[in-house]
Structures are given as structure tokens and as C-alpha cells.
Design a protein around this ligand. Structure first.
Ligand SMILES: Cc1cc2nc3c(=O)[nH]c(=O)nc-3n(C[C@H](O)[C@H](O)[C@H](O)COP(=O)(O)OP(=O)(O)OC[C@H]3O[C@@H](n4cnc5c(N)ncnc54)[C@H](O)[C@@H]3O)c2cc1C
Length: 336
């Protein structure tokens, strides 16, 4: 079997690496960071099917993930809706999940090189799984931190505010992950988790700020990114996960898409490694499979995020929520 090199050891790269090793393909994976490490993410996995996790061989690594069936949405400090998800979402910190996947990959004989930043060659045998890139022209930024002792968390929470939104998910060890996407603001005071609270306050999420101020922030878990751009990415080469396209995070579907992208890439890569397919054909097959799976949900997610970020859009949501007219289950299916 011909060897495959994967650049980037997040959800997409590690799950692809595990699936390839299970099929006997030699794999080297280069990751810029070390494990465990915190990663900017809402830490709930919404949408991925058991069949996808089984095909990749990653289901055992999620065996003790939390299962959340319910979600509640607020507009500023007003509860808008409380519904069941179409499929329960899995909750697990990236600190724990990525380290487990990395160990699993090594135990299967994968060659894991950590603290090694590499430039994907774009050539034969190389898969780009490097996640999101910084785009100077974008003012979207994300911040996340773990808190302990947060009162009132029951199911997934989504809080919509002026210029941003934030999700809360209970992960392991009594921790609650608080992760938001915001339009960048100048001159906000606050350092560490205080910066996250300053953004929440600026968005008008005062009740949430009060709840978090009464809790303990784990400052080491604070992570942030800036310059995020949604939709198709332009890295080139054989790309999967966020390196290929990025869905708005309110869907909680980004990690699911990373797993699904690994699944789309798997059979073409195994065929290439076995000498049954040329590289350009393998790349084209994977790319078509991802387009077929993701294009409709990406379209819905971008349109809805546009609506949620406008005051008029949130007012419309408010108006529809009171008489129970938000087609939540329909949208949940379109977005996953
Ligand atoms: C604010 C926000 C909240 C989110 N919340 C959720 C959520 O609740 N649920 C959900 O499912 N998704 C969420 N997402 C999306 C989710 O985090 C991503 O879709 C997912 O992590 C993509 O996985 P990936 O493997 O493609 O990339 P990543 O997980 O980003 O992994 C990429 C890896 O590549 C490494 N790397 C990068 N460049 C190089 C290089 N040159 N050489 C070597 N290594 C390199 C990085 O260190 C990293 O480990 C959120 C995103 C944002 C912005």
C-alpha cells in the first residue's frame, strides 16, 4: 500500500488517520500543536450518524460523551424556545477527545509527529486537514473558556445577542464550555475569561454574564481565533474538514462535517493507496461526495446566520417564537 501524509491533527485528520490505519494504509500525520490542548469549539457534536462513526472506527473514543437531547435558545435575556434535537448531540471537550483520537491513531500504528508545522504539498498522497485559516478581511472572531459551578445548565444553550452569539454545553468533570462567535469590537476591557464576559455584556447578554461571574473560569482553557470566513475555503489540494469548507458554528455541525469529510475521503484514498485509482480521480471523487453532502446545509446555515446577526431577524424570530411557529425540527434536519 502507498503511504498517505495528513497535515493537521484535529477531528478530520485524526479520524481519517484512524480509518486508514484500520484498513492497513501507512499514515504519517503532522500536527503543529501537542496533545492534550484546548481548542476553540462549542464542544457539542450535532448531527453525525452512528454509521459514520462506526465506519471511521472512532465510536469507542466517544463512548462516554454526554448526550444532550434538549436545546434552549435566548434572544438577549428572553427565552425564545425550548425544543428537542432531531438526534441527541454528543458533548465532550476537545482537550479530551483529540488526545484520545491521537492515542488511538498511534496504537493503530500511525506515525504521529507532534509540534511539527508543515506546509501541505498539494501533491500526490498528501491530505490537508489544517482547519480554519486566518483571513485578514474578516471581522469574525471566536472566544471560548471552560467554567465550573455554572448554575441552571440543563441541555444545550444558545444565546443570541447584538453582534454575536454564544453556546453553552456541559462537558466532563462538571465543566461547562462557553464558546461564542462575535463581530470584533474595539476597546473592550477585560483580560482572559474577562474578555469573553466583556463580549457577552456588549452583546446584551447580561443574565448570562451574571451566571458566569458567579462561576469559576479555567483561565488555561481560554482560546480565541480571529479572521474566520465561512463557506468554501481556498487552500487547494486534497482538503477535508474546515480546510475544505466551514459551516457557521450555531449549527454545532462543524465536527460532524469533519467526521463526514473523512468518511467521504476514505474509500477514494484506500483505492489510491492500493493502486486502483489515480490521485486526481481520488481527489475528484472525495470532492464530489463532500459537495453532495454539504452544499445544501451550508446554504441554509449561512442564510440563517445572516438572519440571526440582524436585529430585524432576531425580532422576527421573537415574533415567531411566541405562537410556537419556528419550524425547529425542520431546520435542525436541514442544518445537519
Ligand atoms: C466559535 C466556534 C464554535 C464552534 N462550535 C462548534 C460546536 O459546538 N460543534 C461543532 O461540531 N463544531 C463547532 N465549531 C467548528 C469545529 O470546531 C470545526 O468545524 C472542527 O474543529 C473542524 O475540524 P478540523 O479537523 O477540520 O480542524 P481543527 O479541529 O481546527 O484541526 C486542525 C488541526 O490542524 C493543525 N494545523 C493547522 N495548520 C497546520 C500545519 N501547517 N501543520 C500541522 N498542523 C497544522 C492545528 O493545530 C489543528 O490541530 C465551532 C467553530 C467556531 C469558530
Amino acid at each position: 500500500m502507498k503511504p498517505i501524509e495528513i497535515i493537521g491533527g484535529g477531528v478530520a485528520g485524526l479520524s481519517l488517520g484512524i480509518a486508514l490505519r484500520t484498513r492497513g494504509v501507512p499514515v504519517t500525520l503532522r500536527e503543529a500543536a501537542t496533545y492534550p490542548r484546548h481548542r476553540l469549539c462549542g464542544e457539542f457534536i450535532n448531527g453525525v450518524s452512528q454509521a459514520t462513526l462506526d465506519k471511521l472506527g472512532v465510536a469507542p473514543f466517544l463512548h462516554d460523551a454526554g448526550q444532550e437531547q434538549r436545546t434552549r435558545w435566548w434572544r438577549e435575556d428572553r427565552l425564545l424556545l425550548e425544543r428537542h434535537l432531531v438526534r441527541p448531540a454528543r458533548t465532550l471537550s476537545r482537550w479530551r477527545m483529540d488526545a484520545r483520537l491521537a492515542d488511538g491513531f498511534k496504537q493503530l500504528g500511525g506515525d504521529l509527529r507532534v509540534a511539527e508545522r508543515a506546509e501541505p504539498s498539494g501533491g500526490e498522497g498528501c491530505v490537508r486537514a489544517t482547519g480554519r485559516r486566518h483571513h485578514r478581511g474578516s471581522d469574525w472572531m471566536g472566544l471560548k473558556a471552560h467554567f465550573t459551578g455554572v448554575g441552571g445548565v440543563d441541555g444545550l444553550e444558545m444565546h443570541l445577542g447584538e453582534g454575536g452569539y454564544v453556546g453553552l454545553a456541559a462537558v466532563e468533570d462538571g465543566r461547562v464550555n462557553v464558546c461564542g462567535l462575535f463581530h470584533r469590537r474595539q476597546g473592550l476591557a477585560g483580560k482572559g475569561a474577562g474578555k469573553l464576559l466583556a463580549y457577552l455584556e456588549a452583546c446584551g447578554l447580561t443574565n448570562l454574564v451574571n451566571r458566569l461571574q458567579a462561576a469559576d473560569a479555567d483561565e488555561r482553557s481560554l482560546t480565541g481565533v480571529s479572521g474566520v470566513v465561512f463557506g468554501k475555503q481556498t487552500g487547494g489540494g486534497f482538503s477535508i474538514g474546515d480546510a475544505e469548507r466551514i459551516i457557521p458554528p450555531f449549527t454545532g455541525n462543524g465536527m460532524s462535517m469533519a467526521f463526514e469529510a473523512a468518511e467521504c475521503a476514505l474509500d477514494p484514498l484506500v483505492a489510491w493507496a492500493g493502486g486502483d485509482l489515480a490521485w486526481p480521480e481520488a481527489e475528484a471523487l472525495a470532492s464530489r461526495a463532500m459537495e453532495k453532502r454539504f452544499s445544501a446545509r451550508m446554504h441554509w446555515a449561512r442564510a440563517l446566520q445572516g438572519l440571526l446577526m440582524k436585529k430585524a431577524g432576531r425580532q422576527l424570530l421573537d415574533g415567531l417564537a411566541a405562537p410556537g411557529l419556528i419550524p425547529f425540527a425542520y431546520l435542525n434536519r436541514r442544518l445537519t
